[in-house]
Design a protein around this ligand. Structure first.
Ligand SMILES: [Zn+2]
Length: 233
């Protein structure tokens, strides 16, 4: 079995790459540059992770996607929304609204289709993404329904019919952390923040950071990641 992996450098893609590397021959890891404010950090993180696992790594530029994206993930004149741990547990409407503020039009569908082109060209059997149940609750393009729909598309959009899979589809972030610990993944290399880093540290207050902190706290492993945040809490 041969794989092409999506690699942003965040928790989910780091652990997914480790699982793909264990189960398959990973032909390529892909990182996308669509003008997101965290791109430099994602590039540095993903290239170190790819080196760690001895995987060929490629940056794919998608300038037009950044140009048409109006939300705070790309537009530096806007502010990435902050959330608290309590709000994540108790305010689904706020999270839904925040999702709109960081939305990139059709992003994951663009990513997996680009990956499918590489998979077909390279002869890979599968495309590995880090979609998971926690993010699927807010972002429908992380859901199993999305994966199933994409696989229906690939059966007719490609000759070689690579399959999109996520090893962590049914996991929440805590489950992903526990899997990563068992697999001794290099957590010190990850970058999961929506913002660009300050002195190499993540903001600690965007939804992605807060979910990361909660996952490490919830599994009793916060010491492993604590120093990576500006907030340091
Ligand atoms: Zn952050």
């Amino acid at each position: 079995m041969k794989s092409v992996c999506l690699l942003s450098g965040g928790l989910d893609s780091l652990v997914s790459l480790a699982l793909a590397k264990k189960e398959t021959e990973v032909l390529l890891a892909l990182t996308f540059d669509y003008g997101q404010r965290s791109f430099r950090d994602e590039k540095e993180s993903s290239s170190k992770i790819a080196s760690h696992y001895g995987v060929h790594h490629k940056i794919v530029k998608i300038d037009w996607l950044g140009e048409i994206t109006k939300t705070a993930l790309v537009d530096k004149k806007k502010t990435v929304p902050s959330v608290t741990e309590k709000e994540i547990d108790t305010k689904p409407d706020l999270l839904h609204n925040n999702a709109k503020l960081v939305w990139v039009p059709n992003r994951n569908a663009v990513f997996v289709n680009i990956a499918a082109s590489f998979a077909e060209s390279l002869g890979a059997d599968q495309i590995v993404a880090g979609f998971n149940s926690e993010e699927a609750a807010t972002f429908p393009d992380n859901s199993l329904q999305f994966v199933n729909c994409v696989n229906s598309l690939f059966r007719v959009s490609t000759f070689s019919k690579p399959r999109l899979i996520s090893y962590v589809q049914s996991y929440n972030k805590g489950g992903i952390v526990n899997t990563g610990i068992k697999m001794k993944v290099p957590f010190e290399l990850l970058y999961s923040c929506y913002n660009s880093s300050k002195d190499g540290r993540m903001c600690g207050t965007c939804e992605s950071c807060v979910r990361l902190k909660m996952a490490f706290k919830g599994t009793g492993n916060f010491e492993l990641i604590k120093d990576r945040f500006v907030e340091g809490i």
